[in-house]
Write a protein that binds this ligand. Sequence first.
Ligand code: NAG
Ligand code: NAG
Ligand code: NAG
Ligand code: NAG
Ligand code: NAG
Length: 650
Amino acid sequence: MPDYLSWILLAVAGGAFAAQPEAPQPIAAPLRELPWAQLNFLHTTDTHGWHGGHLQEPSFSGDWGDYVSFAKHMRDKADADGSDLLLIDTGDRIEGNGLYDASEPKGQYAYDIVKQQQIDLICTGNHELYKANSSEDEFYFTVPNFKDGYLASNLDIYNPDNGKLEPLAPRYKKFTTKNQGIRILTFGFLFDFQGNANNTVVHMVEDTTKEDWFQEAIRDRDVDLILVFGHVAIRSKEYDHLFKTIRSVQWDTPIAFFGGHTHIRDYKTYDSKAAALESGRYMETIGFMSISGLHGTKSKKPNSTSETDIYDDQTLIKGPKFARRYIDNNLFSLYHHSGKNDSTFPTEHGKNTSIMISKARHKLELDSIRGCAPQDFFLNRAPYPHASSILSLLELNILPDSMAKAPRVDKEDKKAIVLTNTGAIRFDIFKGPYTHDTEYLVSPFTSGFRYVPDVPYDKAKRVIDLMNNEGPLFDDIAKLTGLEKWMLLPPEQYQGRKDVHIEPVVESESDTQGWLDTIKSMGQTILRPVIAKYGDKKKDKLIPGYTTQDDLGNDGDDTVHSRIAFYNVPNCIQSPIGFNPSDEDDKPKEPEVVDVAYNEFIEAWVLLALKYLGHDVKQEDTAVFMQKTMTDILTEWVQEAWPPKKGKCG
Ligand SMILES: *[C@@H]1O[C@H](CO)[C@@H](O)[C@H](O)[C@H]1NC(C)=O
Ligand SMILES: *[C@@H]1O[C@H](CO)[C@@H](O)[C@H](O)[C@H]1NC(C)=O
Ligand SMILES: *[C@@H]1O[C@H](CO)[C@@H](O)[C@H](O)[C@H]1NC(C)=O
Ligand SMILES: *[C@@H]1O[C@H](CO)[C@@H](O)[C@H](O)[C@H]1NC(C)=O
Ligand SMILES: *[C@@H]1O[C@H](CO)[C@@H](O)[C@H](O)[C@H]1NC(C)=O
């Protein structure tokens, strides 16, 4: 093992952890140190309400209160050695966890919890903008809560008080860091998102860079660093364009980018003086980036605390040096990087924040049990179709069982094909309690199911092929509605992943085929599949987890893990409903017409697909198929299929 790795044994002192009381204890693992330097950043993105941490995964069991404590220690460290620390959050703070979604109105507790962290730079994600009322919450809560740090370089809102279109927050700002006196010019962007409610206006990044204020701002030569943060993938046309535009007028100024949206850990080098960090999703990751060799106006040499003096004149001449680390958000990692332990780590403010979270979780009854999952079901950690795929469970069991109760099928004896996009599922189901919280983790979306009646079967059955193939359907939809293909998929698949490795399935193909045959012969009964094993085939002692590959190599993760497999899934899946095999020939009889039902979210695609197939219908011709959201459908199915015993899971 390389010597920069150290095994640190956790002194378990009777469970006096901060975190949430229900959270599992972290597991000791080999760690890589933080490359602490002159200017340091902690970065969160796409937290989606997971401020309570992960209650079923030890690697990510830290909560927002632990992050408050951690940031305090790291700020103290910066003040002590004369370096600087900035905290950044790049949006999608809402939707995807009971802590946000389970209250009515949504977010009743979440804004005050997020506010407890002192975030220096913050911006909006697409999720804050899907609904008019959640973007108004940004206007009324998050913007004032982070008054000096909220930026909106390409986002306007119709002010809910006077109806006037105005920037949600300042377009940019310039400031000087506390200890080093580094002069920073900074922007806060959102990618070219067009699926927002009509009370906000997102300006295309390319158009924004042509505006006078932007052109003027980037010509300021009295800056030591340009910092672009945003809800933007770091490998995207938007950031490429921003890099080129800024670099064309600042040939030598260091540029740091912070991004999000695609839910991955990633680091990109643009040139020798420009780099970008993306820090994952769901509070799994606290991203760390550092830069040394910057010119600060307070150029006093601070007390050196490390062997290599990052501030010496040589580094200044050589130019900036960027480094990164992806911290697994658990107390084992946070204690180590802050040099604290059980008793010295939690700050009063951090503990208060954990208590706020705990109280909100109890008020919202997030731990109340809906059912007990008999095994794990994965979105991307298992292939599709497969016995451990949550999509197979949905397609073969949940949708058929639930949709058979739709009035059209149940009362009118119609047959239907039900389609949903795979992005409607956001997270895995783990063996054990399926709680009120799990409902929102797995699918927080509020759209219901609609249908097109009586479509010729030969056309209806081809809709799925159009939805799942690259082709003109997606270009046309993008032109017509601004809706893009990525919206159908799990975010982790929005772009080619670099932090994951596709490994062959452990079972042979014939085993999988056998399993599929079994399922078919079982009809619509509950899956009782074979136990499948993933990842960690080497059987080494490492815990499975992130093994990120980025532009600096494969040593970015703070915790050394064994690999977890990642499998791409299609855009959409479908289930036939009400097709009973006839007794004689054991084959479902093909109907002449069926209803084409679908998750409302994908309506525009389905209607256009039908049009391509020669069945042109308008939105007015569609109707409600089932007045239930995916969240409700999953919950009701779990309650029936996996009931707890005496309110508990065994
Ligand atoms: C840094 O150096 C100054 C002056 O030499 C000294 O007063 C201060 O205590 C030192 N701080 C630390 C954290 O060592
Ligand atoms: C927005 O309005 C819907 C419908 O009234 C409500 O269910 C939801 O909680 C509201 N969300 C927010 C963020 O206020
Ligand atoms: C947004 O759409 C609603 C109807 O869906 C309409 O009443 C409202 O005026 C529109 N707002 C703006 C700013 O265009
Ligand atoms: C934690 O660290 C403090 C200060 O270094 C030390 O006094 C204390 O004994 C440690 N506690 C534990 C439980 O290790
Ligand atoms: C923590 O909460 C206590 C009790 O509500 C309060 O008295 C104290 O001021 C809070 N401290 C911080 C740092 O928030």
